[in-house]
Design a protein. Sequence first.
Length: 201
Amino acid sequence: MGAFAMTGADSVAVFSEVRNLTAASLSVAGGTFTGGVEIVTLSGNADLTGGIFNDPGAFIISGNFVLAGATYSIDGTITLSDDWTFSSGAFVGNPSVTFNDNGKVSTIAGSTTFNVFQSVTAAKQITFTAGTTQTMTTLTLTGGAGANQIVLRSTAASQWNINPTNKTVSYDDVQYSNNTNAAAIQPSTSTNSGNNTNREF
């Protein structure tokens, strides 16, 4: 399938059978999308700017994820290759997101409360917008030694905030991180690239 788009306030798309949906991109600007399929796979972007999006069991996005006005009802997991943006709208439930594809730098824009925030892809870089706060129930970052570390950076020469409850971290390279949780992040192996708070190395 090419691009899948919904624009009208009265638009309804319901996938009632258990099957997979593959598309170039997905845009929901109005109406209601119900992903009754097991897996939705996009080779491009997901832009949710209006209406209601009831997500599938697994949402795999090779491009960007943008929530800017829609209501996103959480039911499954998200695997994302590129950027994450949450500027307006609402999540019903907290998303579980895995960042993959070390050929792309994933930039996190806006503050989000995640159920799971995860990357287990060696040499993946995730860049956080300075001043934003990412809250998560479970943080999992597992890179590799040397050039295979997961790289965490800021969009500017100032800190980004993180508030994880449960933490499993190894082989990451961090800069400008401010952990606002009472418990310090204690990775098994980590590189301090400077200006980090409440984190052990």
